[in-house]
Write a protein that binds this ligand. Sequence first.
Ligand SMILES: [Zn+2]
Length: 268
Amino acid sequence: MPELPEVEVSRMGITPHLVGETVAKITFRTPKLRWDIPAELKQMEGQVIRNISRRAKYLLIETDIGSAIVHLGMSGSLRVLDAEIAPAKHDHVDLKLTNGKVLRYNDPRRFGAWLWTEDGTHAALGTMGPEPLTDEFNPDYITEKAKGKRVAVKQFIMDNKVVVGVGNIYANESLFSARIHPTRPAGKLTHKEWALLVDEIKQVLTTAIKQGGTTLKDFSQADGKPGYFAQELLVYGKAGEPCPNCGEPLEEQKIGQRNTFFCAECQL
Ligand SMILES: [Zn+2]
């Protein structure tokens, strides 16, 4: 599933091909992805794409009259191709440009979304916490936010209302690096521990974006799709393997229905 780093790398990958270009035509080959595709998206035809921004795992393709909101769901991907290249299976949306290129959206499982907003707000975006890579996400903010909370720290940092885009992989990895046990009640962490954890979350996401930027295929390549990049992970998916720090076998446990990997020796 595309996590925040993949979405950010997608944003960086498509931006140079789209910004400043004019939309010639938008085509849907399915009426519905996760939600119905709104007819309002047709208004993009004739509009200049001003910017591609990201909010959590949503991409906003901005024009002067509104923005398309794109979510990659479980299996979605975006590519910029020559418009003459015929669409393949699961190519559900085409945003054709006047320069002969097309932004093509492929999504085998159809859990993604194409929506429309005039003012940048949408029910799908909900009420979200700060972006993890901004200064707004800092130890003071999260210490205050966590006060009195008994929920496990792992669930807490994965809550979009607290901070957006910390997916399961990154929650596991950052807790390991900060040496904090994932089941600790969020309200019991000290300011010093939060400072460490905030730092590790930023680090792990930044590294993934950098890695993705270098390993992803060109977004304008027709063969193969710009899929999800392999990452160097320390604990995620490695139950029973030796802890990279102390050598004891890593453990696995479900927290809030999500698989959680940790070292009981190193994480307190
Ligand atoms: Zn260990």
